[in-house]
Design a protein around this ligand. Sequence first.
Ligand code: ZN
Length: 224
Amino acid sequence: MLSSILALLHSLFYPHSCPGCGEEVRGKGVLCDPCRRGIWHPRSFQPLSLDCPHLDGLFFLMDYAGGIQKALQMAKFRGREDLLPRLAEEWRQGVLREQRFHWHLVPKIRLAATGIPTDPVRKKQRGYDLPEEIFRPWCRQEGYLWENLLIRNRSTRPQYGLTPEERKKNIKGCFTLARQENLPDIVLLCDDICTTGSTLEEAARTLKRGGVKKVYALALASGN
Ligand SMILES: [Zn+2]
């Protein structure tokens, strides 16, 4: 309650400006309409086309460029916590509008959504886990159970600037399961950005070794 009052006061005194162009944004999203149109690119990928054999499908909403790239960097590196609910709103509204996210999710099958866990050191600095902040509000609305199924067991170098082979090596074995038993049958694996798919693939491999049957990856933005 208090936080929503504070958020309301904040929005009255500090109107939100679009990270892409600086124009005031009136809606609940993070971007203005022209900046959103510039990077809007909802698409599904076949896992093998991205060398992700443990995944069963991938869906990305935007290109990782322009305003969304700036917004994610601000949320990651400049402590702009105020952008988190707006980023969540971009995903929620985008998926709703697109209605292209329609893998056959069998009713009554045990399904959960989980995020790629942030490196513990970076999470401590940042104070939040970006994938969870972006996807959890949408899961709540859709009735998908959110569970933190993965743990990052060691720090990794930032993937930026590494070759695909180096990325795979960097990330190999860095996840463990938060529990060994009673895992869901289907997992929606969520991350803010997908670059080469190597992080999603490694997480999917870990989940499937634990007995998860299908893993679908979702990312707000991708460079693919
Ligand atoms: Zn803009």
